[in-house]
Design a protein. Structure first.
Length: 438
């Protein structure tokens, strides 16, 4: 049980940064004199580096050792967090956030594979990922409330100073309590495809963030760029000696796509909810953190309940329920943009958080369920890459639509609701192919 607790706490780190940074972002913009696009880069530099490093990190974990990579990831994350806290400018902060994303990729891939290795049986694995999701949910609660209070009392750098002592404690605990598992086969297969995918994602994020202030026509950049990237991806897959698709089973791609849509429909909205609360109700950062608990508290309370549904009804059915609930919450937030109401906004955030809280932890288990044990790290890395793709693009897309239609933020939550709604038929496909039997 102690190894599982330590691995859950490792997941705590990245989730805490997501929610704490969202609440502190207005203060970072003011302190470093950043505009909206620069603030988007502070968020997405982490996500882009995370996505770029995930598959190489998965291959390193499978070949070099999952415990070793976990320890390395904790060390990198701690050092990068200190660099973030000491950053004197937006450029240095973004660069430090990128290194922090690499550290998060290392510890995330190793963590998921270690959990899967500790609990190889399906029933036990579902329980374990549900429990890890509960521990991770603590970060979702601590992030907004604690991050808002810390940013108000000590300034935004204090959010990053919290990470090093946590990493140090986890380093010692993991070194003493977690044994190395049987290694897989280190591989560079799919590296070209991953690089091209990240290049394409960076192009899209760059266009969405920089386009509005440079008066670009985003369509003229995104459409030809997307076609070119897809053609190169197909070529890279064709030339690869062993296709990445040979390492997984049917259903894996659907779970990855679903995770990406959830990242847009829920996770990216966490960046703009503090903006909405400030604009609509004029609340302070500390109060914003407390109100954000409505969206994040379900991440602590519901993973175990989601695991029960998955065991009884299957993963596909659970995902249909969760994405439907997230879509309803986003639709209510869209309505609040026109007629802001404190209670209505809290209810909308709560509904969206309930939907994500039910399914988030089980998606992590779904990634490794569709791969052989030797490729568990690579499979989890590929799945989480899609989550980061969705998050990075979601932050940029929601930011680009913030003032696209009146009133402000209406377009933001409309896009989030559309992404969540698109996840419903994807989840239905998982029910159809019987992914819950994997």
């Amino acid at each position: 049980m102690l190894p599982l607790l330590l691995l859950g706490c490792a997941g705590f780190l990245s989730q805490f940064d997501v929610t704490a940074l969202a609440v502190a972002l207005p203060g970072i913009r003011t302190g470093l004199q950043l505009d909206t696009a620069d603030g988007g880069w502070v968020v997405d530099s982490y996500s882009l580096a995370f996505a770029a490093a995930l598959l190489p990190a998965g291959g390193l974990a499978d070949g070099w050792g999952r415990r070793r990579v976990l320890l390395l990831g904790l060390a990198v994350f701690a050092l990068a967090s200190m660099a973030c806290a000491l950053s004197p400018s937006g450029i240095i902060l973004c660069a430090s956030r990128g290194v922090q994303g690499i550290g998060a990729a290392l510890l995330t891939c190793a963590t998921l594979a270690l959990v899967a290795g500790l609990y190889p049986q399906r029933e036990d694995r579902i329980w374990a990922f549900g429990w890890v999701g509960t521990v991770t949910g603590v970060a979702m609660i601590a992030g907004p409330a604690g991050g808002g209070a810390i940013a108000s009392w000590f300034g935004w750098p204090a959010i990053f100073w919290i990470n090093p002592p946590i990493c140090a404690g986890l380093l010692v605990g993991c070194w003493l309590c977690i044994d190395e598992q049987e290694r897989g086969t280190a591989s560079r297969k799919g590296a070209a495809a991953v690089l091209l995918a990240v290049v394409g994602m960076t192009l899209a994020v760059w266009t969405l963030l920089e386009g509005p202030r440079r008066s670009w026509n985003s369509t003229l950049v995104l459409v030809p760029g997307a076609v070119a990237i897809l053609m190169l991806l197909a070529l890279a897959e064709r030339l690869s000696r062993v296709s990445m698709t040979a390492l997984v089973r049917p259903g894996f791609a659907w779970i990855c796509g679903l995770a990406g849509l959830l990242s847009i429909g829920y996770w990216a909205t966490l960046v703009y909810l503090p903006v909405a609360l400030s604009q609509w109700f004029g609340v302070t950062p500390a109060m914003t953190g407390l109100l954000m608990l409505a969206a994040t508290a379900p991440m602590l309370l519901l993973p175990s309940f989601g695991a029960k549904i998955a065991r009884r009804r299957g993963l596909g059915t659970l995902f249909v329920i969760g994405m439907s609930v997230v879509a309803i919450g986003d639709l209510l937030l869209w309505q609040m943009a026109a007629k802001p109401h404190v209670l209505g906004t809290i209810v909308a955030m709560l509904i969206s958080g309930i939907g994500c809280g039910l399914i988030n932890a089980q998606m992590s288990g779904g990634f490794v369920a569709f791969a052989t044990p030797a490729w568990a790290s690579m499979a989890s890395a590929a799945g989480i890459t899609l989550r980061q793709v969705g998050y990075a693009l979601g932050v940029a897309l929601l930011g680009a639509t913030e003032n696209a239609v009146a009133p402000p933020l209406a377009g933001t939550f409309a896009v989030a609701a559309l992404a969540a709604a698109l996840g419903i038929p994807v989840a239905c496909l998982l029910v159809h192919i019987g992914s819950n039997e994997s």
